[in-house]
Design a binder for this molecule. Structure first.
Ligand code: BYC
Length: 472
């Protein structure tokens, strides 16, 4: 169904035919806008921003570019098209038609997953609230706002499901999504990484590279859900997510590139003295964001994950392309585990290891960006290689949380960890230095802060000096 933009809430779910639901969502809408005003991008109400807006949920031609004031962005409810023949691809219900309503026995499980997913979306907007003040260019400022608007829309996607399928509980959960806040000591966001700060643009690019990528893998697993409205929501969200990861990957790449240029120009490793971010600091930020994002996949051995799978609620990454029985009751899986304070290889039932399996897919994907970043360093003739730290490094969730592990994967005692932590994770001095580079936003079209290279091409084929944001 085409997206109906004539409605107060644009949608392709025929909302006007369900008056009760429409009214409930229209009541939630002003609460969302209040939240956006209080917790969204600070001081931006009047800016005109060159944004893309979905015009169709089909694969082709879904994006339309134009100037929009963010509070007027048409947040709405867009589901990918319905496949009338879709069946559940795995678990006990394999081969049965997907559910168009929530099965009673899966209600609390599904609600919990949808709430956890929904909670991350506004959290990230809150984390990025002040970044506009220090944007390194209009191009980057526009990308930040595009991401913020789309995370807002992803919140709408989950709120729609809560309102439409979970009755009063769902409406209450939708309220709570606006009441918890990132880093709030009393009402924090649900998952750890979403209570961390995103205080500078290096953090922002690392976040969009590593943490948004967790979003990609979680959404892809939920896109396999037997609950069809969730699957269709996630499939559309994944299209938007791709741009967020592009912003992260190209952002880090442009920083690395500028650092290398200045290293060569000034024949020094000490690029801090010429106002850029040294490669060792970039590595420490990478270590932090990668390890915090690994935690988002949950415990390595998870009965929750096994149950989600068996019940047909959450599948594996690209489930239907995997060549096995899609039931996994007799299958096993090899993974790293902890025994007697050491990291050992263990064979476990595949069903209980589904979080770890998804984490493997994620790690493999993360490594691709590093290949590209390292190519920039190599082409500059500099002997330095960015590396993903070992998956047991700096963990807070799962078996490795009880160990101290170096980026190379060596288990060390607490004293050794303490003595070396400042080599591996951003120090307060690193953070202060990176913050010191974040001057007032660079708002002259085509100009970039000293510590980052321009992008290779503009948004929607616009030139680099395009006026992506008008301040009015
Ligand atoms: N922090 O059996 P386990 C995104 C809890 S990002 C705090 O492993 P499960 C985005 C867990 O809840 C994608 N608590 O759990 C990115 C459980 O609690 P209970 C977000 C944690 O369920 C950037 C207990 O520990 N989407 O979209 O297998 C910008 C036992 O753990 C954490 C989703 O996460 C943690 N890191 O796995 C914007 C998808 N990890 O039951 C957006 C929905 C675990 O003992 N969520 N716990 O009280 C899920 O699929 C699962 O909830 C999880 C956890 C994968 C997160």
């Amino acid at each position: 169904m085409a997206i109906d933009y004539s409605q107060r809430i644009p949608n392709n779910v025929d909302l006007s035919n369900d008056r009760r639901l429409q009214r409930a969502l229209e009541n939630w809408q002003p609460r969302f806008l209040d939240w956006w005003k209080d917790m969204g991008p600070d001081g931006t109400t009047n800016f005109d921003i060159y944004l893309r807006t979905a015009i169709s949920a089909e694969a082709n031609g879904w994006a339309n570019f134009g100037y929009v004031k963010m509070p007027d962005y048409r947040w709405g409810i867009f589901l990918a098209g319905q496949d009338p023949n879709r069946v559940i691809a795995y678990g006990d219900n394999k081969g049965k038609p997907v559910w168009q309503e929530v099965p009673g026995e899966l209600r609390s499980t599904l609600r919990r997953l949808i709430v956890t997913q929904g909670d991350t979306e506004p959290a990230s907007v809150e984390q990025q609230r002040l970044l506009g003040k220090t944007a390194p260019s209009l191009y980057d400022l526009r990308n930040l706002f595009q991401i913020n608007c789309e995370e807002g829309r992803h919140l709408w996607a989950m709120v729609y499901l809560l309102h439409a399928y979970f009755g009063r509980d769902g409406r209450e959960e939708a309220e709570m999504l606006l009441e918890r806040h990132s880093g709030d000591p009393d009402k924090p966001r649900i998952l750890g990484a979403f209570n961390e700060k995103t205080p500078d643009w290096l953090s922002f690019f690392m976040f969009t590279y590593f943490t948004d990528r967790d979003g990609k893998y979680q959404l892809a697993s939920l896109a396999e859900s037997g609950f069809d409205p969730l699957s269709r929501s996630c499939r559309f969200m994944l299209i938007e997510e791709a741009h967020h990861m592009f912003v992260g990957e190209s952002g880090v790449q442009r920083i690395v590139q500028r650092t290398c240029e200045l290293m060569k120009e000034h024949k020094t490793d000490d690029v801090r003295s010429v106002g850029a971010i040294d490669l060792a600091t970039i590595q420490r930020y990478l270590n932090f964001h990668f390890s915090v994002s690994l935690d988002l996949f949950g415990q390595e051995a998870s009965t929750n994950a096994a149950n989600y799978y068996t019940m047909g609620v959450k599948g594996r990454y690209l489930e239907t392309r995997i060549d096995d029985d899609h039931v996994l009751t007799g299958a096993s899986f090899d993974m790293d585990a902890v025994a007697d304070g050491r990291i050992v290889r263990k064979t476990v039932p595949a069903l209980s290891a589904l979080n770890e399996r998804l984490r493997n897919d994620y790690v493999e994907d993360c490594a691709k960006g590093l290949v590209r970043w390292n190519k920039v360093i190599e082409q500059a003739g500099i002997a330095f290689e960015l590396k993903l730290p070992h998956r047991a490094f700096n963990r807070r969730i799962g078996a490795f949380a009880e160990l101290h592990v170096t980026p190379d994967g060596k288990v060390v005692n607490e004293a050794e960890w303490k003595a070396n932590e400042s080599k591996w994770l951003p120090t307060p001095e690193d953070r202060a230095f990176v913050t010191s580079l974040m001057g007032p936003a660079v708002i002259e079209p085509g100009k970039f802060a000293n510590w980052i290279a321009p992008p290779q091409r503009g948004i929607n084929n616009q030139p680099a000096n395009f006026e992506y944001v008008r301040f009015n």
